[in-house]
Write a protein of this length. Structure first.
Length: 181
């Protein structure tokens, strides 16, 4: 854990993500409930899908960011499970961290370009004319936060790797039991 992870900003970000998950989750459930109730009552509730999609995408991206924060997203770390502890396993973990970071920046760049495009094009939903930027900016938000967490965790991984192997190296080349080198 580094100093950033002990700040009020870090704590606030964690609470903000959980709040966003709760609000968007409640909104999705409420919209689906209203659509079902109005359909059963034979009342037209046209265009509810537009609101549903907005909240669903935001819910998904809040979940993406929160999953990166908790390091609880789905992984396929078969090698990490099967390998013995040691240098090779630690190097593979660093490679995984680098790949996660590279892919995160690629997806972040894509989300930024998509958001810019929706702003420039002025795209809107068909029924309520809601700017598409409202839903598609969720991708930019979620991937920005997820990439931020990945940068922090990558820093922690590198720092941990250096400390771990610096101590081992010092232990190997350090003084022996009689104090000789």
């Amino acid at each position: 854990m580094n100093k950033l992870q002990q700040t009020k900003f870090w704590l606030w970000l964690e609470k903000f993500l959980r709040f966003g998950l709760i609000v968007c989750g409640i909104a999705v459930v409420a919209i689906v409930f209203m659509a079902t109730a109005t359909r059963a009552a034979h009342v037209a509730f046209k265009g509810y899908e537009e609101f549903l999609v907005i909240f669903a995408i935001w819910l998904y991206m809040f979940g993406t960011a929160n999953g990166s924060f908790e390091k609880s997203h789905i992984t396929a770390d078969i090698l990490a499970i099967m390998m013995k502890e040691g240098l090779v396993k630690d190097i593979l973990a660093l490679i995984k961290s680098v790949l996660t970071l590279v892919l995160g920046f690629m997806f972040f760049t894509w989300a930024l370009q998509l958001t810019q495009w929706t702003i420039i094009m002025g795209t809107r939903t068909p029924t309520w004319r809601i700017p598409m930027t409202v839903s598609q900016s969720a991708l930019l938000f979620g991937l920005t936060i997820a990439t931020f967490f990945n940068v922090v965790y990558f820093y922690n991984d590198i720092k941990g790797f250096i400390v771990k192997y610096k101590e081992r190296r010092a232990g190997i080349s350090g003084p022996n039991a009689e104090g000789e080198v």
